[in-house]
Write a new protein. Structure first.
Length: 292
């Protein structure tokens, strides 16, 4: 069977960069094994598969080259942006069915946003064995000046380990031990690590981040909506940021760079985040066919 796959760059920063996702817009006839085979041939961090849904606008399934995952931010934005450009969805409030429930989607002009849940926090206390292993995995055990907060696992649908560093230079020089990051991600049931600083390359933004997810076959990813959501919540509730519209830079410190910007709109009641929408812009890069 030949399968058409669109490559769509999500979270583009202006007209450049973005995080590429594969999108298959008619996947009803594909088995899980075939979807995984497509994702492996496409070779991107995630490929999204669109099929019919009885409870939402459409059903979305996400596959990395190694496994299926419940949610993917950039592949969701890529999918709905593509479908809007193809005239297959309208602007306004839409929804996606996923393997762990339905989520709201909003399409506004050339931007798409996806719903995430209120955050849940699991701090990793300083001085514990787990804290030491996290620091070792990032080669930060002796670089105490670079670390400005304790690690914390934050979940708004998927779990990420967040760690604040002193500045962009500290984030840029990170050289994670991917085997240790993978092992800890498995132990803590993480998608990966999201390491950030408040330094940004453009004014008006709130943080610059890098994301490492070797557990899912992704050494580093350029734009991660499902991680930017937890970070935006942490910045608002624990990081001293008062804005409810938060902008996260990512991908600028990769080699080669692929600049991304993710906008997170927080819903807040009495200083607490009750929900959020994370999104951005996307552009179609190419189309190809694969055989499964």
């Amino acid at each position: 069977m030949r399968v058409e796959v669109h490559t769509v760059n999500a979270f583009v920063d202006g007209d450049a960069g973005g995080n590429p996702a594969g999108v298959v817009v008619d996947a009803d006839g594909l088995s899980a094994a075939q979807k995984l085979a497509v994702a492996q041939q496409v070779g991107l961090s995630e490929t999204a598969f669109v099929s019919k849904s009885h409870s939402a606008t459409l059903k979305l399934e996400f596959f990395t080259p190694t496994r299926q995952i419940a949610h993917c931010g950039h592949a969701t934005i890529a999918t709905f942006s593509l479908l809007r450009q193809l005239g297959r969805v309208a602007q306004g409030v839409l929804s996606k069915e996923t393997m762990d429930g339905n989520r709201q989607i909003i399409v506004e002009g050339d931007m798409a946003f996806m719903e995430q849940k209120a955050p849940r926090y699991q701090p990793i206390a300083l001085g514990t064995d787990l804290h030491r292993r996290v620091m070792v995995s990032l080669d930060l055990l002796t670089d105490t000046a670079a670390v400005v907060s304790e690690p914390v696992v934050v979940n708004t649908g998927n779990s990420f380990l967040l760690l604040a560093l002193s500045d962009e230079a500290a984030v840029a020089r990170l050289a994670p031990d991917m085997k240790q990051v993978e092992a800890l991600s498995e132990e803590l049931d993480l998608i990966g690590y999201y390491v950030f600083s408040r330094t940004t390359q453009q004014t008006g933004r709130h943080a610059g981040a890098r994301m490492f997810a070797p557990r899912y076959g992704i050494p580093e990813e350029s734009g991660t909506g499902m991680a930017a959501g937890p970070l935006a919540c942490w910045l608002y509730e624990h990081g001293g940021v008062s804005d409810s519209n938060i902008f996260i830079e990512q991908g600028r410190l990769m080699r080669p760079a692929s600049p991304c910007v993710i906008k997170v709109v927080l819903e807040c009641v009495q200083g607490r985040v009750t929900g959020l929408m994370a999104g951005g812009r996307a552009r179609v890069h190419s189309t190809r066919w694969v055989q499964v």
